[in-house]
Design a protein around this ligand. Structure first.
Ligand SMILES: *[C@@H]1O[C@H](CO)[C@@H](O)[C@H](O)[C@H]1NC(C)=O
Ligand SMILES: *[C@@H]1O[C@H](CO)[C@@H](O)[C@H](O)[C@H]1NC(C)=O
Ligand SMILES: *[C@@H]1O[C@H](CO)[C@@H](O)[C@H](O)[C@H]1NC(C)=O
Ligand SMILES: *[C@@H]1O[C@H](CO)[C@@H](O)[C@H](O)[C@H]1NC(C)=O
Ligand SMILES: *[C@@H]1O[C@H](CO)[C@@H](O)[C@H](O)[C@H]1NC(C)=O
Length: 324
């Protein structure tokens, strides 16, 4: 999984799990042990990388632990494949460097790649340090809380995400993803896509986003695709259920004409086929008068999009009607 993690304020990550580990001996690798030498209030970038390397080659299932306390982290790329199931338990708070130029990688802060049977938990915090990190990264303006792509059977649960870009952004090649009990805001909400911008994208299907709360976000739940896709794609079986919107500007959006700064070839007709999508039991308040905005493509319309039990009211000034 390519995790393009760019927190602006803080991510309190409780659980993010991929598969169940089988019962077998478990070897513990603690970053603060004498072998790795990590200390609270110090930079643990190198200690963490070494502990990961050892944990990943362990033939027994392993647990990599960052105990409670505050640590500095310039970046981490956890790369597999590993030999056995692996748990990463972050109990402490990881802060990114005050000087953004010290980041190991400017595209992401913490990434997990090519790993099977990973379980990330611990109740800790990834603290991207608000405005500070933001000043450095705005240049790229991509500060998604969790970015998931090219991954299947991922569960994200019990997380609080505060950021400036998307709380969760779901990219090409994601399937069988379940997101539950996530609080998001501020931020841009939860988005599937954008899809269809580049060659070689893989389909997105089988997503469940359930029991999440969005507060003061610019979007609620969104699917966006480019109208000038280089080849035909699809996104299907996407279910949003039991979602609470608190003062969300655009609570429900499908946009098949996503084209920021008019950078797409308008003559192209290909798009991503969107089908079998449902929005069920979505309640709360919209900060704009347009609560639902479904803009499907004329050439490749969305198919089988259901809206059930939508109860949204305008949270702005005055008793204005709400539209869709
Ligand atoms: C992940 O979510 C799926 C679908 O909700 C569920 O069936 C599965 O048990 C979950 N896996 C874990 C490890 O919690
Ligand atoms: C929904 O999520 C909240 C946390 O955001 C949690 O406290 C609650 O137990 C969840 N409800 C269900 C039915 O899982
Ligand atoms: C699809 O996702 C993979 C994995 O993140 C990424 O490397 C690739 O660039 C993505 N493709 C597009 C076209 O976004
Ligand atoms: C959401 O925005 C409102 C109005 O700006 C503000 O009063 C409230 O504190 C915000 N809520 C959160 C959780 O930030
Ligand atoms: C959408 O669901 C219907 C049945 O509910 C099924 O017949 C159809 O093949 C599905 N479409 C796709 C693209 O999977």
């Amino acid at each position: 999984m390519g995790l393009k993690l760019m927190t602006i304020m803080a991510i309190f990550m409780f659980l993010l799990l991929a598969a169940t580990a089988k019962a077998q001996p478990c070897v513990v690798f603690e970053v603060t042990s004498a072998k790795y030498g990590g200390k609270t209030n110090y930079d643990i970038t190198d200690s963490l990388a070494q502990a990961w390397t050892d944990a990943c080659v362990s033939v027994w299932s392993s647990k990599l632990v960052v105990p409670s306390g505050t640590y500095w982290l310039r970046g981490a790329t956890f790369i597999g494949p590993c030999k056995a199931p692996i748990k990463v338990q972050i109990q402490g708070k990881l802060k990114d460097p005050e000087d953004g130029h010290q980041l190991v990688n400017s595209d992401f802060w913490v990434a997990f790649r090519y790993i099977d049977r990973l379980y990330l938990s611990g109740g800790g915090t990834f603290d991207g340090q608000g405005a500070l990190g933001c000043n450095y990264r705005s240049e790229s303006s991509n500060t998604d809380g969790i970015h998931i792509a090219y991954s299947w059977r991922i569960n994200v649960t019990d997380a609080n995400i505060e950021t400036r870009d998307y709380c969760i952004s779901i990219g090409n090649g994601t399937s069988q993803l379940t997101v539950t009990n996530v609080n998001c805001g501020p931020g841009h909400g939860i988005s599937i896509g954008s899809l269809g911008k580049y060659l070689d994208e893989k389909p997105v299907y089988g997503l469940i986003i359930k029991n999440c709360t969005l507060t003061n976000t610019t979007n609620g739940v969104r699917i966006k695709t480019w109208p000038s896709s280089p080849s035909a794609r699809f996104a299907s079986h996407i279910y949003f259920e039991d979602i609470i919107m608190n003062n969300v500007k655009n609570p429900i959006i499908i946009d098949q004409n996503y084209c920021p700064r008019h950078r797409c070839k308008q003559q192209a007709q290909l798009n991503t086929k969107i089908s079998n999508v449902s929005f069920k039991n979505i309640r709360g308040s919209s900060a704009s008068q347009v609560a639902i905005n479904i803009a499907c493509s004329g050439s490749l319309p969305c198919e089988n999009v259901e809206l059930i039990g939508i109860d949204l009211e305008y949270s702005g000034d005055g008793d204005r009607p709400i539209t869709s």
